[in-house]
Design a protein around this ligand. Structure first.
Ligand code: HPA
Length: 247
């Protein structure tokens, strides 16, 4: 089954015919909320709002382990994650959608593995290519079919938050090779890999990163909501197309 993890600005899906809700308990604690099951154009999907319904959980308090385990426990194999980001690279201006292909992790203090110290052997996963290429290609195809431009590739920097970055931090991220910055991409992607979920992200640029473009003097927080709402309508069209063409 296909799962969609909605981020800020996407707490529900317009075309989802809801068939049920399920509160899942996991060995890792409580997920962000109930799983919502339903159909989009006849395709069964399950939806989870990463920040809870009502946006109650900040990025560093999301229980990423519980969220992914809950999906895994319901026979989910494929996951599309929606994530708002600030654009660092000049062409990633507000309103742009991107399907990143790399990650740099700057988060700390988050539970970032399912493996416990009691596991018999130390387990290392291959994470050279952190996103599932099959899902990335599906997303790019769905975006093209929906007539919604999406930038193919880019490096996602995952910061700890909840505060936004300083201009100097953004300069450092750029020197590191980051194209966009968000707060929820990790450990989500790594946990998905640990349990063999085919996971990829639609990154939604909702602001210029700190010190860049319209954020030269500060991030215009008041504008973010409107940009996000318009962009999420486009994300929904891509998800509709993805579900409609899913084989
Ligand atoms: N920085 C970090 N996370 C974000 C941003 C940003 O500028 N915009 C949306 N999520």
């Amino acid at each position: 089954m296909l799962a969609i993890i909605g981020g800020s600005g996407l707490a529900q899906l317009a075309n989802l015919e809801v068939t049920g809700r399920l509160i899942v308990r996991t060995p890792y604690g409580e997920p962000s909320g109930a799983l919502t099951f339903g159909n989009i154009f006849g395709r069964e999907v399950v939806f989870l709002a990463r920040h809870g319904y009502g946006h109650i959980l900040p990025p560093h308090e999301v229980n990423y382990c519980a969220n992914l385990w809950a999906l895994h426990s319901q026979n989910v194999k494929d996951v599309v994650a929606i994530a708002s980001v600030g654009g660092i690279r000049a062409d990633l201006s507000p309103g742009t959608l991107a399907i990143p292909d790399q990650i740099i992790d700057y988060t700390h203090g988050r539970k970032s593995t399912f493996h416990a110290r009691t596991d018999r052997a130390v387990t290392h996963i291959d994470f050279t290519h952190p996103y599932c290429e099959a899902m990335r290609q599906r997303l790019l195809k769905a975006a093209a079919a929906a007539g919604e431009p999406a930038v193919a590739g880019g490096t996602y920097a995952a910061t700890q938050g909840p505060r936004l970055e300083t201009a100097a931090e953004i300069n450092r991220l750029e020197r590191d090779g980051a194209d966009m910055v968000g707060m929820t991409g990790m450990p989500e992607a790594a946990l998905a890999r640990e349990i063999d979920l085919c996971y990829a992200t639609i990154a939604v640029v909702v602001n210029h990163a700190a010190g860049r473009g319209a954020s030269a003097r500060g991030i215009p927080m008041a504008d973010i909501n409107e940009v996000s709402q318009r962009a999420m309508a486009r994300v929904r069209r891509i998800l509709d197309q993805l579900a409609a063409s899913w084989e």
